[in-house]
Ligand binder design. Sequence first.
Ligand SMILES: NC(=O)c1ccc[n+]([C@@H]2O[C@H](COP(=O)([O-])OP(=O)(O)OC[C@H]3O[C@@H](n4cnc5c(N)ncnc54)[C@H](OP(=O)(O)O)[C@@H]3O)[C@@H](O)[C@H]2O)c1
Length: 416
Amino acid sequence: MEVKIGLFGLGTVGMGLLTILEEQKEKISENTGLELTVKTAMVTSLTKDRPGLSSTIQLTKDPKDILDDPEIDLVVEVAGGTGPAKNWIKSALASKKPVITANKDLIATAGEELLDLANKAQVPLLYEAAVAGGIPIIKTLREYFRTDTIRSLAGIVNGTTNYMLTQMADNDLSYGDALKKAQDLGFAEADPTNDVAGYDAAYKAIILARLVFGLEVGLQDIQITGIQKITDEDIAAVKALGGQLKLLFRIDQISANSVAVIVAPQVVLPQSPLSQVHNENNAIVVNSDNLGQTLFYGPGAGARPTAQAVLADILAAATTPKDAQQPLPEKQMTLASQRGQAYCWILNTTETTSVSQDTKDELRSLIVRQASHENSRLGSQLVLYTKEMSKDQHDVLLAALTTNRTLAKEFVIYPC
Ligand SMILES: NC(=O)c1ccc[n+]([C@@H]2O[C@H](COP(=O)([O-])OP(=O)(O)OC[C@H]3O[C@@H](n4cnc5c(N)ncnc54)[C@H](OP(=O)(O)O)[C@@H]3O)[C@@H](O)[C@H]2O)c1
């Protein structure tokens, strides 16, 4: 049976999809009996050079050529953005055409509305490629963990920032040099704000929090800290106590009906599986009642990994459309503030390199490790890792420690 696809976008992911559709043609046909054909592709420029593009694909700038074409069975949206893409998806669902998208911004910000429309229309809307590109995490969470109870999710879902922080740590690059290297290699865009400010990771966290906990939040609701203020000196100071800095998202169930969400550079200790995730790779740690801790690791982006996720969704929608539908979770949790956290403090000091008589025993017991670090610009620094503590304990201990010192940086420590 032939399945005709309407493709919105022929960039990195769109062209990647055409490549693997061609390569996997026979395998798909043998396994599923389906012949997947891209009939029409929508782009912004009809004159752009597109090497290798088959002349059988009709290019258009008019969405109606896809949405109003009764021959098109299924729509793939890999154009990006939250404006026109939303309308294309709504129209496709209204015409009962299954939709596959890689658009994390759109699924994060309008996913509830779009999934609701899809459920009402009883048509699949699938978005595996929107979170951690090549890691099949959405299907796994939705299907495999159906019989388990997830308590927390955390991980590295932005390859650009992980690449930059790895390069700063391993090759002593400055923030600027690491960003330039990431841009030269195509890991970072000319305007890297979405990545370095943490928004991209936050979009993915929002999608996962909805999928697993039924939490509906926007960027403005959650605590997001980017990596722009991290220096190579911060990384060296954190390293003095064995840790690494990584931009993590964390979603933690706090009570029966609330979860906390944070996106921030956090200290990852050597015993955490996330400490092994370097450069542009992604990983997600799931903690659940039956399985305990599981780690999902792989490429977070790129033409082939992302197109593979899109293709897997296309096959699911074309072969088992009913199973592929994604009802919104029944439980609707609310957003909680974080419970206790462990901290890494980097303190500028002229006094002493260790915490001694100036801190009461009770407070000192909250500190698990300390080391001195020589900052080339700021001079002597004291680096401390603390135990998990309440906000009140945090304030009291920090006030005691900063009587004769100043706080240079504070990071949360990821509890592994
Ligand atoms: N790249 C990755 O590794 C990756 C990974 C995961 C998810 N994603 C997501 O996948 C989507 C596509 O990413 P990409 O990297 O493939 O983007 P891209 O290389 O910039 O390609 C975008 C494509 O969409 C077309 N397009 C953009 N806006 C359009 C509009 N208003 N009307 C018609 N066509 C339009 C462009 O047309 P022209 O060719 O004429 O310019 C281009 O072909 C995004 O949502 C992105 O977040 C990407």
